[in-house]
Design a protein around this ligand. Sequence first.
Ligand code: SF4
Ligand code: SF4
Ligand code: SF4
Length: 278
Amino acid sequence: MSEKIKNYIYPLLIWSLFEIMAISLWLTKDSLFYLLNFSYIGIAIALGIFLFAKKYRYARRVVQLLVGTYMLVYLGLICRENMQIEGFWYYLFLGVFEAAVIHYAVAKIFGPLIFGRGWCGYACWTAMVLDFLPFKNPENPGRKIGWIRYIMFVLSFIFVLTLFLFQIKNLEMIMFRAFIISNALYYTIGIILAFAFKDNRAFCKYICPVTVLLKPMSYFALIKIRCDEDKCISCGICKKVCSMEVDVTDNSRKRTKGTDCILCLECVKDCPVGAIYL
Ligand code: SF4
Ligand code: SF4
Ligand code: SF4
């Protein structure tokens, strides 16, 4: 297939997949919101793939900003949907298969079986801000404090459980405030950690409760970065440019930090012999 055709085929394929999801949810849930929501996200991602194929350096950042700001500002602040982990528990307790539950099912639970942690590389509004910080490549990687994520995960569950156990009133308002407060906290902790550890993605590696779901699911991801061992000259550049400390030269599922790969494609761009591919 010629390069020119490939530039259009892949974005069209991804856009079509999102369109299928958009139309299916629109018809099954009888809500135009799903058609518009997933169409918009599909177009943003397809545009990013097209720009990447055209070798535009900031292709990923374009997608991140388009999807991240949409989710934070429109869905979170204007529509008042709590898309954080506590929102997921909240809707589960309500027994409602809507908003945050669909978002989690698609982006963070079942989706990662196909596209791994693509969410973290292209859509997360927390990382969208953290990626602007100056520490793209961690100076002191491999800290052993990843257990904090489990505490955060359990705390978020206990918070929502308490609201239901004590039959607290005005739950919608509380969940909206929780969304604002948790986002403010995530940004503050994320920025402080990034500067303390000289690592933009320190929050993702050690604190983010969503990784409790993302990491095990992405272990089985269909789409993953691979290395052509015949081409590799062991220069180590891929490791240096990887913000998530992944050993991409090992093709096994057990590769070091394999479940941390956010599919940012920095290693693909920088490998001097073109040994890395999707
Ligand atoms: S690990 Fe958490 S904060 Fe980081 S990109 Fe993924 S979901 Fe966002
Ligand atoms: S950057 Fe490319 S050549 Fe260098 S170690 Fe990584 S895969 Fe091998
Ligand atoms: S640099 Fe490569 S291995 Fe590292 S997170 Fe990005 S895509 Fe994954």
